[in-house]
Design a protein around this ligand. Structure first.
Ligand code: A2P
Length: 268
């Protein structure tokens, strides 16, 4: 049930949708997710991002957010970091059901199925909130049409930060639309870097020392079988990109689909 709408303090800027917060879930003191209503006219491709803001100023601050829900969902989900002095997130982290979130009309992005050519395996490599676009794509039936095996890797500082991804993957199994597709075809590989867990280390280290491929029972990246999507911090993108390029994979785009695509996880 959608909570009753509270009247925002400031007028809604032109070219924005004003949507209602449906639910909010806090994972740690650094991470939370929330769901908002979806305007009928708002179309996007799974994996894209959109600009969002709050109606708390005459000129609101907008930030790019990956849409974490799939294109078929009738709500829109986001997964966010909380930055104590972040221009948007210091306020956004306090939202409650019924509050208004501003949504710009156009979505865009490179982490889309259209930017890759089909192959056997699709690796989705994420750190921190970089899992958000993959939360969308692993719930997108087209992903399973295009790739046989989907490997979602998520590396965080500690175990609590893996919770969003763990819940997401667990819920997929019971999903009436996607549950059957996922069966035996989605692998969720997690590691931590600052707290003990079954697999430890940065994903870059686990790619380089072969631990990732060993755990999956497969060969290192190769152009014939593997496609890769990368989402995390600026440094993480640079380092993972160097590794996939070293393996001979070529960067793709919407205009020219190829072997891998990159997008930074936005913060602020
Ligand atoms: P580390 O703990 O060694 O910094 P954050 O929460 O800061 O965005 O980090 C999320 C995860 O990404 C952490 O596990 C962090 O490891 C890891 N990480 C940070 N920088 C890189 C990088 N250049 N390459 C791969 N992983 C990285």
């Amino acid at each position: 049930e959608i909570p009753e709408e509270k009247t925002p303090e400031f007028p809604i800027p032109a070219g924005c949708h004003a949507e209602r917060v449906v639910s909010v879930k806090h994972y740690t003191d650094r991470l939370f997710s929330f769901r908002i209503t979806r305007p009928q006219s708002f179309r996007f491709r799974s994996g894209e991002f959109v600009m969002i803001g709050l109606p708390n100023a005459a000129k609101p601050v907008f930030r790019a957010y990956s849409i974490a829900s799939p294109a078929w969902d009738d709500e829109i989900e986001f997964y966010s970091i909380k930055v104590p002095d972040g221009p948007l997130t210091q306020h956004l982290q306090k939202i409650q059901p019924g509050d208004t979130v501003l949504l710009r009309q156009k979505s865009t992005g490179t982490l889309v199925n259209d930017a890759l050519t089909p192959a056997k395996n699709l690796y989705m490599i994420s750190t921190g909130t970089g899992i958000a676009p993959f939360a969308s794509l692993i719930r997108e039936p087209e992903t399973y049409d295009k790739f046989e095996r989907i490997i979602l890797t998520h590396t965080c500082r500690d175990v609590a930060e893996l919770e969003y991804g763990n819940e997401l993957v667990a819920a997929l199994k019971d999903d009436p639309l996607i549950g059957e597709l996922v069966e035996g075809r989605l692998v969720h590989f997690t590691s931590t870097t600052r707290e003990t867990s079954p697999v430890m280390g940065r994903i870059t280290a686990l790619i380089e020392n072969g631990e990732l491929f060993k755990a999956l029972g497969t060969e290192p990246f190769n152009r014939e079988n593997d496609r890769v999507m990368i989402c995390g911090s600026m440094e993480m993108l640079k380092d993972v990109k160097a590794l996939v390029e070293k393996a001979g994979l070529k960067e793709g785009s919407n205009a020219e689909p190829a072997d891998f695509v990159v997008e930074r996880a936005f913060v602020g």
